[in-house]
Design a binder for this molecule. Structure first.
Ligand code: ATP
Ligand code: MG
Ligand code: MG
Ligand code: MG
Length: 582
């Protein structure tokens, strides 16, 4: 294929777009890959679409290689399945909702667990049908609070989402492992410097969850890792407190007084209790916190994190422990949730509830009995600022000022594998053992080999496809422009014809045709009346990794071949150039 610059639908820009802060966003707009249509919503121009298709191809090949089968769901979905799983409410303002002409509620799918579960339920009924992995590469819609950095965090974006269906836990573990291996291949091929970290739900009982983070300064996630191989998103780190918390400095008015054997109602009440702030206004944990994690401490000393509400984050509500609360409103837990967690009834919750007024100031409540090490609470305020493993005196003072909010560099890893160091990353993929949450909610059962109906166990696995394009650009550019990895680039060779000599253009066209016949995609700058300087600048900005210049050298029978990554060049004899380039 030949992309002729004289007619290619492309205009490069010399100026950075005013709304762009990170390099990938600036360069993708300037080099003519994407255009903003609305905040967080982007148009893919021909060059961008070629790159996007390349990422999709890699993802598709690796999914197909593990036997996953592709299908496509609609993005426009009915409310009912999402109602049945609680996510219609749980996702809160992140869902794009609409009504059809008859007044029925609909949504634009933010993720498709429900739809996949239902289609398997409709078509399959026996253990013999399983295991099954199915996937789609499709547009997702999330009304993100802060769309950011171009397509890095969009409100419409392309995700590859796959789902595995197994009859038992071993099957799920195997399906998860297969996806994990496929993801390693995908992110290797995409050329990422990445790390696989424990993700939030990893702390939730037996279920396993990991994220693939591209290491990048501009990433929104913070992870920690140890020399001994521990790696976790800071959201998921639960570091046992080295020292018991001394709550003696906690003002009495800010201590939640709960009975020794609190019930879930106690906890809900504590979340809704009104407290006076220093300025006299009232606040509750429920309306200031985005989510709360309560640590349960069992009689044998083992600790267990318990999520009690995280609107919009499917990672944490895995056990449907009640009650996803909307800000300022705590929905009551169901008795059945309670049964799933017998430790709630037996164990001592020793509730401390942490409240955040705003991003910079955090108020806390602590039960002085926390000093006995019975329990503690971590939380995150609505900005997503995560607060973990608080130690009184170290992390906050008696007036509620937080001094440190995250696990610190140099802290020992929870598994004892050495001191932790933190860095930033971009979440590129997320794999997740869902277990039976969705199958339970939507009643997906099959007959097992004994003829007994059993609930299917599921995994879900996502890759951010449009995000990957931005993340690759974020990691592959220099001061001149983009530098694509070969497998991702919009073309194999950027062929530039310079000067006014008709012979140059004739030779270049010939070369383009020959390269095309050898299976390459050639971006051919055949523009007349455009100076060599402009052509080179465009080539550097666009970032095809190999640039071949047909120009002055032609008189001596050579073509200049530049390596865009090293910005070095060599004169290659015309007779050898095709073999050199393919
Ligand atoms: P994030 O923490 O960045 O908001 P997420 O955890 O909400 O992502 P998942 O629900 O795990 O996202 O979705 C799977 C993948 O989809 C993510 O790993 C990410 O690569 C991609 N993704 C999620 N949200 C967006 C978005 N707004 N724009 C682009 N890609 C996204
Ligand atoms: Mg998100
Ligand atoms: Mg995430
Ligand atoms: Mg995720």
């Amino acid at each position: 294929m030949i992309l002729r610059m004289s007619s290619l639908f492309l205009r490069t820009l010399r100026e950075d777009p005013a709304d762009a802060e990170v390099p990938s966003h600036k360069l993708l707009v300037r080099a003519g890959y994407i255009r903003r249509a609305a905040p967080g919503i982007y148009t893919w121009l021909p060059l961008g679409l070629r790159v996007l298709r390349n990422v999709e191809r890699i993802v598709r090949e690796e999914m197909d290689a593990i036997g996953a089968q592709e299908l496509v769901f609609p993005a426009l979905l009915p409310r009912e399945p999402y109602e049945a799983t609680g996510r219609w409410t749980e996702y809160g303002p992140n869902i794009f909702r609409l009504k059809d002409r008859k007044g029925a509620d609909m949504l634009l799918g933010p993720t498709h667990e429900e739809m996949f579960t239902l289609v398997v339920k409709e078509l399959y009924s026996s253990y013999k049908d399983l295991p099954l992995s199915i996937y789609q590469i499709q547009n997702k819609y999330r009304d993100e609070a802060r769309p950011r950095a171009g397509v890095l965090r969009g409100r419409e974006f392309v995700m590859k989402d796959s789902y595995s269906f197994d009859v038992d836990d071993e099957g799920l573990a195997a399906s998860y492992e297969r996806h994990r291996e496929a993801y390693i291949k995908i992110f290797d091929r995409l050329g990422f410097d990445y790390v696989i970290v424990k993700a939030m739900s990893g702390a939730m009982g037996g279920s396993r969850s990991e994220e693939f983070l591209a290491i990048a300064e501009n990433g929104e996630d913070t992870f920690v890792r140890s020399p001994g191989g521990y790696a976790a998103n800071v959201e998921a780190v639960v570091v046992p407190q080295a020292e018991p918390v001394d709550a003696s400095g906690v003002p009495a008015a800010e201590v939640v007084d709960t009975p020794d054997t609190p019930t879930i109602d106690t906890l809900v009440d504590a979340l809704n209790a009104k407290h006076a702030r220093a300025d006299g206004r009232e606040w509750t944990a429920a309306d200031t916190l985005k989510n709360v994690l309560v640590m349960l401490v069992h009689p044998d000393g083992t600790r267990e994190p318990l999520a009690i509400g995280v609107p919009g984050d499917r990672a944490i509500d895995e056990k449907r422990l009640g009650a996803q609360f909307e800000p300022a409103e705590v929905v009551a837990f169901e008795e059945s949730d309670f049964e799933k967690f017998p430790s709630l009834a037996k164990g001592y919750i020793g509730p401390g509830v942490l409240g955040a007024e705003n991003t910079s100031k955090i108020r806390y409540l602590l039960d002085p009995r926390i000093a006995e090490g019975s329990a503690w609470v971590t939380g995150a305020d609505k900005s997503g600022y995560h607060v973990i493993n608080l130690v009184h005196g170290r992390d906050f003072t008696a007036d509620g000022t937080i001094q440190a909010a995250e696990v610190r560099d140099g802290d020992e890893a929870p598994d004892g594998s050495g001191p932790l160091a933190s860095a930033r990353g971009i979440e590129m993929g997320h794999i997740f053992q869902l277990g039976r949450k969705y199958a339970d909610a939507l009643d997906l059962k099959v007959l097992d080999r004994n003829g007994k109906l059993v609930t299917v166990t599921m995994g879900s696995y996502g890759v951010g496809v449009t995000r990957a394009v931005a993340a690759i650009a974020e990691g592959n550019h220099d001061e001149l422009g983009l530098v694509w990895p070969r497998e991702i680039a919009p073309a194999n060779v950027h062929l530039v014809a310079t000067g006014k000599d008709a012979e140059v253009f004739r030779k270049a066209a010939e070369l383009a045709a020959e390269l095309e016949s050898r299976g390459l995609t050639v971006m051919y700058d055949d523009r007349e009346k455009v100076s060599p300087g402009v052509k080179f600048k465009d080539a550097e900005l666009i970032g095809v990794p190999t640039i071949a210049v047909v120009g002055k050298g032609l008189a001596e029978g050579t073509i200049e071949v530049k390596d865009r990554r090293t910005n070095t060049s060599a004169d290659v004899p015309l007779t050898e150039v095709v073999d050199h380039l393919v």
